[in-house]
Ligand binder design. Structure first.
Ligand code: SF4
Length: 433
């Protein structure tokens, strides 16, 4: 690999003591933030100082790719623009807005937490990571992210991206031990700037939005100097101003920059070291061994897409999962068919649907012939055997008007199938009953 700043230091495990000075926090922060100012992606939640919106984005980003979150986030905050509007909404409407994002427990917990905040906290979201952790659905990582980004608390956010960056910078092996986790947390925390005091002049220059678009290098340098002065003061409190969002949020910006570096440059399998702003400080420079991920499982799934006409309305047969199901309770999906019921039949759609370590190879069967523009003809009597093949479980079957689908809590797979077959958006269906 080309050498941009001298040869990489030789790895010496004995020398890798967990001290912040190894990483030279001042230099690392300066280089990291200079890069972040110019390279940060413009994301909708980076343009807000609304703590409720930041909270929503952090919950959506749990175990979910940024690209998958953007549209859902925009739609969710359009439907529920304030914490109070979310608290007052019906759970079914919240799940419908979440549909397609997966991990629906997050939506339920978000809804419950909003109701708790309205009832017990006069509608104010807690401003410290310690208090945030008392809310449903908020663990250590999410509490730190909200507290630092929305309220300026100088607490490190350690997600998978940050962990990888720290391990590679320090040359530590990737070990699933409590000591290794503690090492990463300590290193990440030692890097977080503690600035929170700015002059009113500087305050005026800080506005909401991605740092790359709104903040000048001069302002950052000034805030960094104040940050260093504040961090040198052992009596300085760890948190930000709890009454107001911080005018200068160096802690939140630093955390976002670390996550951005891991997400866009220090990639899991092939880090882009030649583009890395902290290359000169890194002990591994692409030589860090990342453990292999467990292999993906593959599972076949067969679904039934059954449609009928009732007057001028078109209805689709949906199955509602039990309220006590461990996965996606009370969500609507297309009825699942046993594999033996579809043997020898040609599906109308094949697709892959991935959830964590499992690839579901989904085949959709319909008693209709498909034309490019949608479903057109059904062979009389063919629906019945397929419908009869739906296992008799405790689930409920519902004929549902397709005009209602957008407002229903559909599973992500059901939504994907109904979109792909143009049932939700442009139904062109001529059915024979
Ligand atoms: Fe080190 Fe390369 Fe990761 Fe930068 S991208 S932190 S140089 S491994």
């Amino acid at each position: 690999m080309a050498d941009l700043a001298g040869a990489a230091p030789e790895l010496n495990p004995a020398a890798l003591t967990p001290t912040a000075s190894e990483l030279n926090p001042v230099v690392l922060r300066r280089r990291l933030m200079a890069w972040y100012r110019g390279q940060a992606r413009t994301l909708p939640w980076r343009g807000t100082s609304d703590s409720y919106h930041i909270w929503v984005s952090e919950i959506m980003l749990q175990q979910t790719r940024v690209a998958a979150v953007i549209d859902h986030y925009n739609e969710f905050v359009r439907r529920f623009p304030t914490l109070v509007s979310l608290a007052l909404a019906a759970e079914e409407d919240v799940l419908a807005a979440w549909s397609g994002l997966g991990y629906y427990r997050r939506a339920r917990m978000l809804h419950k937490a909003a109701q708790f905040i309205v009832l017990e906290r006069e509608g104010r979201l807690p401003a410290s990571s310690a208090e945030l952790r008392t809310l449903p659905g908020i663990g250590e990582y999410t509490a730190a992210a909200i507290a630092s980004i929305a309220f300026g608390e100088a607490v490190a956010v350690v997600d998978g991206n940050v962990e990888r960056v720290i391990l590679r910078l320090t040359g530590r092996a990737d070990e699933a031990t409590a000591a290794a986790r503690a090492f990463v947390r300590a290193q990440a925390q030692a890097l977080v700037p503690h600035a929170r005091l700015l002059s009113s002049n500087l305050d005026a220059q800080f506005v909401s939005g991605p740092i790359s678009k709104t903040r000048s290098a001069g302002v950052w340098d000034a805030s960094e100097r104040i940050a260093l002065a504040a961090s040198a003061d052992p009596t300085a409190p760890a948190g930000g101003d709890r009454s107001h969002p911080p005018a200068s949020n160096v802690a939140g910006d630093h955390n976002q920059a670390m996550m951005e570096l891991g997400a866009t440059v220090c990639l899991p399998r092939a880090p882009l070291c030649l583009q890395c702003p902290v290359y000169a400080l890194c002990r591994t420079r692409g030589e860090h061994v990342t453990p292999k991920r467990p292999p993906q499982r593959s599972l076949p799934v067969a679904c039934l897409l059954d449609l009928r006409k009732r007057g001028t309305a078109t209805e689709v047969l949906l199955e509602r999962r039990p309220a006590d199901a461990s996965l996606m309770p009370s969500m609507y999906e297309l009825p699942v068919l046993p594999q033996e019921a579809v043997e020898g039949r040609e599906p109308v759609l094949r697709l892959r649907h991935s959830i964590t370590n499992t690839n579901y190879y989904v085949q959709v069967f319909a008693p209709l012939r498909l034309e490019p523009s949608g479903l057109t003809k059904r062979s009389r009597g063919e629906a019945h055997p397929l419908r009869q093949a739906i296992p008799k479980r405790s689930r409920e079957l519902h004929w549902t008007r397709i005009t209602r689908l957008a407002g229903l809590p559909l599973t992500g797979l059901a939504r994907k199938i109904l979109h792909r077959l143009h049932v939700m958006d442009k139904p062109k269906i001529d059915l024979l009953e």
